[in-house]
Design a protein around this ligand. Structure first.
Ligand SMILES: NC(=O)c1ccc[n+]([C@@H]2O[C@H](COP(=O)([O-])OP(=O)(O)OC[C@H]3O[C@@H](n4cnc5c(N)ncnc54)[C@H](O)[C@@H]3O)[C@@H](O)[C@H]2O)c1
Ligand SMILES: N[C@H](CO)Cc1c[nH]c[nH+]1
Ligand SMILES: [Zn+2]
Length: 447
């Protein structure tokens, strides 16, 4: 038997199919219990708790001063890096900036939808945001780009990075270099639930922020859930997950290659190929073990766990329709469509954070350098949520200006509504009382 699981939908009960759609992050109840004391400690003891928790969970001795990365460590980070990663970072920052600049909405629009009434929207950026850059099972400088660049493009006044300290008691050099490149001068060394609590309450060193964005482990997700009344917790982005749709117009080896990509993050990730072709399913399963042998034991073990179990492998569908029903019910973070007719298949897809079409649209290019943020909704939330974008860092206000004539045309209906709902002050404000006040004052100005 192949060590890659083949889940045959035709032989599966409805409840087994539902279980296959479940993610590891679905139930955070236990983690929530464990993070409660962490949150309380940070709230009560601030920096001292962050220092204690860094020693306990990250094995690193920090002091108050080293909780914030020095400006020298940010400014000089490039010197610690090989030129090839420096160039890759520069390319990524350029692409991600360009994409998010193109995504920016018109900051103000007004239209005269009824004579004399100008109505529209105005966008303004949020004041402050904390970008969480994970560092547990690997480190993720790319996540610094994918969060802080759209924040900067959207015009957020204060963009800070929070990240667990590495074994050397610092943030990795690439994250520090990225900060210098995009103009972020605050990096704080705290991770997990304690980082969420730090930016939700503020400590002596870490500033309280209006919002937190970025991917993270269950510790981070649980704390965000618990503190959602203290800080806007942003869209949750938990363990990476991937669906690959494949048909026999592409080589099985290509589907196998892409399947392994997100399966290597950790045992809690999810990665499936969905296909309606049994021979292809078996060929893909057979091609994976050779790829494991190229990955190194640490990552290959994660991939084996994911692809051999309930959170990964091949989903064999009885028809193309059933394959896309599964894909839409799953609502994956990343979806790769490997088919020479990928564009024709696009209308069948409703739910996915990211849809990568055709054999050259590699998941890794999208993860690192393409332009859209790799921070995407996980846990099936792609059925209602969208990728992280400039819109996560801005909010809209409705704007309206009424001429005197437009006021008089609309006031009677407003007065009737107010009366029906029983709001006397609302009714007064659009009655002759207003006319009297205005007739005794100088005329208002306006466009
Ligand atoms: N969806 C996305 O856009 C996206 C992007 C990149 C990464 N990811 C995912 O983000 C996750 C990152 O997780 P990670 O673990 O690598 O890094 P992390 O930084 O989120 O978690 C590490 C931190 O967790 C805390 N921690 C560890 N053990 C603990 C314990 N026993 N009790 C309390 N706290 C503890 C520590 O503070 C540690 O610093 C992965 O699942 C990865 O797949 C998602
Ligand atoms: N796949 C992650 C988002 O789900 C992004 C990433 C960064 N590094 C490796 N992968
Ligand atoms: Zn990844």
């Amino acid at each position: 038997m192949s060590p890659v699981a083949i889940h045959d939908l035709a032989k599966m009960s409805a409840s087994a199919r539902t279980e296959l759609l479940e993610r590891t992050e679905a139930d955070l109840a236990d983690t929530i219990k464990k993070v409660e004391p962490i949150i309380a400690a940070v709230r009560e003891r601030g920096d001292i708790a962050l220092i204690d928790l860094a020693a306990r969970f990250d094995g690193v001795v920090l002091d108050r001063e080293s909780l914030r990365i020095s400006s020298d460590q940010i400014a000089n980070a490039e010197k610690e890096l090989d030129p090839e990663i420096v160039n890759a970072i520069r390319l990524s920052v350029q692409q991600v900036t360009r994409f998010h600049l193109a995504q920016m909405p018109e900051m103000l629009w007004l239209s005269e939808q009824t004579e004399g009434a100008l109505i529209g929207d105005r966008w303004t950026s949020i004041d402050s945001v904390a970008c969480y850059v994970p560092r547990g099972k690997g480190f993720f400088p790319s996540s610094a780009i994918m969060t802080a660049v759209p924040a900067k493009v959207a015009g957020v006044g204060r963009v800070v990075i929070v990240t667990p300290p590495g074994p050397d008691g610092s943030a990795d050099a690439a994250t520090r270099f990225i900060a210098s490149l995009i103009g972020v001068d605050e990096i704080y060394l705290c991770g997990g639930a304690q980082a969420v609590a730090a930016v939700a309450f503020g400590t002596e060193t870490v500033p309280k922020c209006a919002k937190m964005v970025g991917p993270g482990s269950p510790w981070v997700s649980a704390a965000r859930q618990l503190l959602s009344n203290r800080i806007d917790p942003g869209s949750p982005a938990g363990p990476s997950e991937l669906l690959v749709y494949a048909d026999n117009s592409v080589p099985a080896a290509l589907a196998a290659l892409e399947l392994t990509v997100e399966s290597e993050h950790g045992p809690d990730s999810s990665a499936f190929v969905v296909t309606a072709d049994r021979a292809l399913a078996e060929a893909i399963a057979a091609a994976v073990p050779e790829l494991w042998s190229t990955m190194g034991a640490y990552r290959a073990d994660f991939s084996r766990t994911v692809l051999g179990g309930q959170n990964g492998g091949i989903v064999l569908a009885p028809s193309i329709e059933a394959a896309f029903d599964f894909i839409n019910d799953y609502a994956a973070e990343h979806l790769a469509v490997l088919s020479t007719s990928a564009f024709e298949l696009l209308p069948r897809i409703r739910n996915a954070g990211e849809i990568l079409i055709g054999p050259h649209s590699a998941i890794s290019i999208a993860n690192f350098v393409l332009g859209p943020s790799h921070v995407l909704p996980t846990g099936g939330r792609a059925n209602t949520a969208s990728p992280l974008s400039v819109f996560d860092f801005m909010k809209r206000s409705s704007i309206a200006y009424l001429s005197q004539a437009a006021y008089h045309r609309l006031a009677p209906a407003a007065r009737i509504f107010a009366g029906y709902e029983g709001f006397a002050a609302h009714a007064n404000s659009v009655s002759e009382v207003r006319d009297r006040i205005l007739s005794n004052s100088s005329p208002s100005t306006g466009p």
